[in-house]
Design a protein around this ligand. Structure first.
Ligand code: NAD
Length: 438
């Protein structure tokens, strides 16, 4: 099929490559000239394992092309995917849908009557109905608009796109269903469930899934707060309750909490939308989910204060700065916020991260960056593990012990082998755990 992918960020770039891998002819549309030129040269502008190799492959197959705006070539497509951002609105909790509206308007001026538009961005329930009115007015006909939320996870984005748990589509026309079934045909053929829903339900699936996941993480972090004052161990607690298959052990690890470009803004946007609809109390609990999550960041700052007293002039090393491993995404990263707050309190924070130092240089230039792990740790009076990159789990604590000034580490992700670190003479402080240091 001939498709366009509008907006080539984390979601759109992955989706465009995935569509080309499935054998479709894809035009990616992206107005950011730097991003566009990088993609067109086969260089992924962000870190995403597997996608970096798949992008040049898709380009050389001749099935993936790029342009900055619509033209006759893109207008002839049978299907258009809208993948632009829906960030949190500045000064409010609501999702900013202005990019989606702008992308829909631009497309409506070019679209052919038989083409289908599939929104993939995460939007507040009710957005698609408004977009359809706007698009119908501009196009002068009944546009086949559908919502097709995306569930990919950064770090495994391409794999998630090609082998998703399920495909969800919300449609107003059988034609939209048929076209979407066709485009996802090879994936459906492998047995992936294809759920045909009404549009508001499809919009809600994504935000409610993210609300559930955020709640699960904050649940165990709330238990960690209780564990910390009662001598209990939240890691063992999570393991013990996770054996119940109604609960499950995934997303039940205590630590500095969730971040990234989705969960935080999606739960806030959900509350804001529910309030607009007059049912704010139904999802009021998500404010607590958010608050529990943010309190974990406060906790680390508090622990740093307890360890070092006045932070002015103190050297702290942050191991990992992205919001999750296998990604260089710094949007609402807990490790980044903690590093920024420690810096604001006078500490000198040196950051190590295997892939995020370039994005950090633009995002937060006041933090010092060090590519070599041992050099990053040299002279540290406190070390904090901020992102659970595999390399930090595997690092030899003896080697780090030899260069730091004080052998104290806060394990912000509860991934270190405490006994091994203690054997190397480290004092380990772990969130939600009553670790006995000798
Ligand atoms: N990042 C994820 O893991 C993920 C997963 C599932 C869903 N989502 C959702 O997907 C959407 C996009 O997220 P993202 O992380 O890719 O955001 P992003 O900010 O990385 O990318 C958005 C892109 O859209 C481009 N854009 C803006 N206006 C445009 C226009 N009018 N026409 C064409 N392109 C335009 C921007 O330049 C940018 O490159 C959001 O709604 C997000 O919630 C993201």
């Amino acid at each position: 099929m001939k498709v366009t992918v509008i907006g080539l960020g984390y979601l759109g770039a992955t989706h465009a490559v995935a569509m080309a891998e499935l054998g479709h002819e894809v035009i990616g549309i992206e107005p950011d000239s730097q991003k566009l030129s990088s993609l067109a040269q086969g260089i992924l502008p962000f870190h995403e394992p597997g996608l970096d190799a798949a992008l040049p492959r898709a380009i050389s197959s001749g099935r993936l092309k790029f342009q900055s705006e619509h033209n006759e070539a893109s207008a002839s497509a049978d299907l258009h995917f809208i993948c632009v951002g829906t960030p949190q609105t500045k000064g409010s909790d609501a999702a900013d849908t202005s990019y989606v509206v702008a992308a829909a308007k631009e497309l409506a001026a070019w679209i052919k009557p038989t083409a289908v538009v599939a929104g993939k961005s995460t939007v507040p329930v009710g957005t698609a109905a408004n977009l359809k009115d706007v698009m119908d007015d501009i196009a002068g006909f009944d546009v086949h608009l559908a919502w097709n939320p995306e569930f990919l996870r950064e770090g495994t984005a391409l794999e998630d796109s090609l082998r998703p748990d399920r495909i969800v589509v919300g449609t107003w026309s059988q034609h939209s269903v048929d076209v979407l079934r066709e485009v996802y045909g090879p994936i459906i053929a492998t047995g992936t469930p294809f759920l045909e829903l009404d549009v508001p339900t499809a919009e809600l699936v994504k935000v409610s899934a993210n609300a559930f996941l955020a709640t699960k993480i904050s649940f165990i972090n709330a238990m960690a707060e209780v564990a910390e004052v009662s001598g209990a161990d939240a890691v063992s607690l999570a393991k013990a309750i996770g054996y119940d298959d109604r609960i499950g052990s995934k997303f039940l690890r205590t630590g500095i909490g969730f971040g990234g470009g989705c969960l935080p803004k999606d739960i806030r946007g959900f509350v804001a939308r529910a309030e607009e609809l007059g049912v704010g109390s139904a999802v009021e609990f998500l404010k607590d989910v958010d608050a529990v999550n943010l309190r974990r960041r406060d906790k680390v700052v508090e622990l740093a204060n307890q360890e070092l007293g006045d932070l002015a002039g103190k050297s702290i090393t942050m191991l990992g700065i992205s919001f999750k491993p296998d990604s260089d995404d710094l949007r609402d990263s807990p490790a980044l916020e903690i590093a920024q707050r420690l810096t604001a309190l006078g500490a000198t924070v040196t950051v190590h991260d295997p892939v995020s130092l370039n994005s950090l240089a633009t995002r937060s230039p006041e933090l010092s960056r060090e590519e070599n792990l041992i050099e990053a740790a040299r002279g540290a009076e406190l070390t904090i593990l901020g992102t659970e990159w595999k390399l930090y789990r595997e690092v030899d604590p003896q080697e780090l012990a030899a260069v730091v000034k004080a052998k104290t580490i806060i394990d912000g992700r509860n991934v270190l082998d405490v006994a091994k670190w203690q054997a190397a003479d480290w004092r380990v402080i772990a969130l939600g755990r009553n670790v006995h240091n000798g």
